[in-house]
Design a protein around this ligand. Structure first.
Ligand code: NDP
Ligand code: 2IT
Length: 444
């Protein structure tokens, strides 16, 4: 049996109850075959695949807090410190009722390769909790965040592990977390990114993931003789990534037709009016269906269905496993030009394979959504030098990083004889740097 298959079997046997983690490992290891099989004995002897699929450390902890009725609630907190070969652990915190060890491990694993691709010195980590911020008062969110930090603070540090936002964690939550860290330690340090601009945040961090997604998608389109000008773009989600992807795509001349949340989706044939979405989502934390009240030409449909609307570019920006085989078939049948992932692992393995078999350029999340963590690393740099860069400076760096990631993914794919296979290219390029750093540092 090949070394890749041996390790895949072992990962499945050891992590049987973690389907998302197994899914992420399967995708990565399958595309590393091109590299591993060239020098199998060496990789096996060094156990490099076992080492990259086993987190350095997982912390899980109790998060007790008191709700507005005086009732004590208990959530489960996680921090997975996956790989620190190329820098301090770096990755977001997710607050969503679906959070469990499998979700956090898959996200932490993906983060290692993503962070490597940025070219910046950041290792991979992820954390979060099954706390649901939806419908909670600001005071309840603060109580949760303070309790979460009461445990997390002992595991993080500006040179150790630097968390940030993800689903359910935005400016409000980062503020509460930061305040509690400072109170506990007395240290004013860059221990979180995505901070507010008045206390160490970076300009363009809010926009970074969505903008970065559009910058790299633009490279994919150019390489395939297309452009955003006049293109019909479907976006899923209506959170941080979706909103700023929509904004940048529109500024490149695209017509964004759809957005969604976990209840349903809107289709606006005139093109989404983003000011309305921002008012609903950022202003009053409302639901996407409220859009049609302000824009009667748009329609709202309960449930899934964004990918059934014909489009040229598909940007899934909500969550994992939201684009299935049937969706990929609809996209291909409707002549989609490219699919680029704003979310982490939104496309199932079967859907990814179907898109690739049908020659659709497909940029995986670990490359396409790396703009967020890249600007987080730039926030760390600014915190270290105690300076703030202008929006234009950060945005220009973000743009260069995304173009660089496109080049790394496409050139690695070419080097291994699979030109245009950005999944293989991104995994290989991300792996090479981590692997070289791990080997140089010995068995630790
Ligand atoms: P937000 O919390 O701002 O928004 C999440 C959006 O996705 C909401 O519209 C939400 O709808 C929807 N969503 C979440 N869970 C589900 C679900 N189970 N089913 C359907 N819809 C769902 O998060 P972000 O925009 O920050 O994150 C979106 C994705 O992008 C995630 O995969 C995240 O890991 C990834 N990402 C985020 C980065 C960042 O910098 N923020 C960086 C790189 C990747 P609802 O309101 O109904 O829950
Ligand atoms: O998935 C991701 O890359 C993020 N949620 C952002 C992580 C970060 O540290 O900015």
């Amino acid at each position: 049996m090949s070394y890749v298959d041996e390790v895949l079997e072992r990962v499945k046997a050891k992590n049987g109850a973690e389907p998302e983690f197994i899914q992420a490992v399967t995708e990565v290891l399958n595309s590393l075959r091109f590299v591993i099989e060239k020098n199998e004995d060496h990789f096996r002897k060094e156990a490099l695949l076992e080492r990259i699929t086993e987190p350095e450390r997982i912390v899980t902890f109790r998060v007790p807090w008191v709700d507005d009725n005086g009732q004590v609630q208990v959530n489960r907190g996680f921090r997975v410190q996956f790989n620190s070969a190329i820098g301090p652990y770096k990755g977001g915190l997710r607050l969503h009722p679906s959070v469990n060890q499998s979700i956090i491990k898959f996200l932490g694993f993906e983060q290692c390769f993503k962070n490597s691709l940025t070219g910046l010195p950041i290792g991979g980590g992820k954390g979060g909790s099954d706390f649901d911020p939806k419908g909670k008062s600001d005071r309840e969110v603060m109580a949760f965040c303070q309790s979460f930090m009461n445990e997390l603070y002992r595991h993080i540090g500006a040179n150790v592990d630097v968390p940030a936002g993800d689903i359910g964690v935005g400016a409000r939550e980062i503020g509460f977390l930061y305040g509690q860290y400072k109170r506990l330690t007395g240290l004013y340090e860059g221990i979180l990114t995505g901070k507010g601009l008045t206390y160490g945040g970076s300009l363009a961090r809010t926009e970074a993931t969505g903008y970065g997604l559009v910058y790299i998608t633009n490279e994919v389109l150019k390489a395939n003789g297309k452009s955003f000008e006049g293109a019909r773009v479907n976006i899923s989600g209506s959170g941080n990534v979706a909103i700023y992807a929509c904004q940048k795509a529109q500024s490149f001349g695209a017509k964004v037709q759809t957005m969604s949340d976990s209840n349903g989706y809107i289709y606006d044939p005139d093109g989404i009016d983003l000011a309305i979405v921002k008012e609903i989502k950022e202003g009053r934390r409302g639901r996407i269906k409220e859009y049609v009240a302000a824009k009667p030409t748009a329609t709202y449909t309960e449930g899934r269905g964004v990918w059934s609307i014909p489009c040229d570019v598909a940007l899934p920006c909500a969550t994992q496993n939201e684009l299935f085989l049937e969706d990929a078939k609809a996209l291909v049948a409707n002549g989609v030009w490219a699919v680029c992932e704003g979310a982490n692992m939104p496309t199932t393995l079967e859907a990814t394979e179907y898109l690739q078999e049908n020659g659709i350029p497909f940029m995986p999340g670990k490359a396409a959504n790396a703009g967020g963590v890249a600007v987080s690393a730039l926030e760390m740099s600014q915190n270290s030098e105690r300076l703030s860069w202008t929006f234009e400076e950060v945005d220009a760096k973000l743009h260069d990083i995304m173009v660089g990631i496109f080049e790394k993914a496409s050139s690695a794919a070419e080097r291994y004889g699979v030109p245009g296979n950005y999944v293989a290219g991104a995994n290989i390029a991300g792996f090479e740097k981590i692997c070289t750093a791990m080997e140089a540092q010995g068995i630790v």
